[in-house]
Design a protein around this ligand. Structure first.
Ligand SMILES: O=c1[nH]cc([C@@H]2O[C@H](COP(=O)(O)O)[C@@H](O)[C@H]2O)c(=O)[nH]1
Ligand SMILES: [Mg+2]
Length: 240
């Protein structure tokens, strides 16, 4: 059945990682709350909405400041990294991710990941899912040497850098971003890209403004609405 094409056709896909491809955001909230609780502080969802998608050092600086923690940002980050590394050896994919990546890979649609997480953390989190790696043309991480400090999401830099690493490089307008966080949404918009936002239900509607499309799950994504090959009826149930 031909669905009406509502959106500008795209040729390249850039996925955010945490909270979009990998189911890690609840873990991040738990870790941060465990770190700040002994100081009588809590990491609320209202705060999370401002921090999600930020590079770790930037979020460490801001959190130490905002909660007046008796730690330096580097001390905080050391604790954060060591607790996170203890929690990321069995990270799951979010619903619909594997189906979509394999489907688009079957049709040779170029895909990349652009994540604010540092390379070492991304590597550990994604190891259980390395069978999907061939579908990705490249991954840009928050500690990429070509990214300037202080230019994390909501700045467009990481998405523009990810677009520039395809060969040939597409115009930003030909790229479709998948994001979960308000910072990531704004970064994709600032990069001149269309953005499919897949937010936690607690993200308020005003922080979804500007999203090309908002979905409850990547499993609800209809590729043909963006000029991409649609799921043929059997493709989701192929075996082997
Ligand atoms: O509640 C939070 N979630 C996530 C982050 C930060 O956001 C990054 C994930 O970014 P992205 O969604 O671009 O993968 C994490 O590495 C972490 O640094 C944070 O500070 N607080
Ligand atoms: Mg994210």
């Amino acid at each position: 059945m031909a669905s009406r094409a509502c959106y500008k056709p795209v040729t390249h896909i850039i996925f955010d990682s945490d909270g979009t491809v990998l189911d890690t955001e609840n873990m991040y909230s738990d870790v941060i709350n465990e770190i700040v609780a002994p100081f009588g502080k809590s990491y609320t969802y209202e705060m999370k909405l401002r921090y999600m998608g930020m590079p770790a050092l930037q979020s460490a600086r801001q959190l130490v400041e905002e909660l007046q923690l008796p730690l330096t940002p580097v001390e905080y980050l050391k604790i954060f990294d060591s607790v996170v590394f203890g929690r990321i050896n069995n990270v799951q994919l979010l619903p619909g991710v594997k189906d979509l990546m394999l489907h688009l890979h079957d049709h040779r649609i170029p895909m990349a990941i652009a994540t604010s997480s540092v390379q070492a953390a991304f590597h550990t989190k994604s190891q259980p899912h390395r069978d999907l790696f061939p579908a990705l043309h490249h991954v840009v991480c928050g500690d990429d040497p070509e990214l300037r400090p202080g230019r994390g999401k909501p700045h467009p830099d990481i998405f523009l850098l990810a677009a520039s690493r395809f060969h040939p490089a597409p115009d930003p307008g030909q790229c479709l971003v998948f994001e979960d966080s308000p910072n990531g949404l704004q970064a994709g918009i600032a990069a001149g890209m269309q953005v499919v936002m897949i937010p936690d239900p607690r993200v308020p509607s005003e922080q979804r403004t500007g999203a090309t499309q908002v979905l409850d799950s990547m499993a609800d994504f209809e590729p043909q609405l963006f000029g991409l090959p649609h799921y043929d009826t059997c493709s989701k149930f192929e075996f082997g």
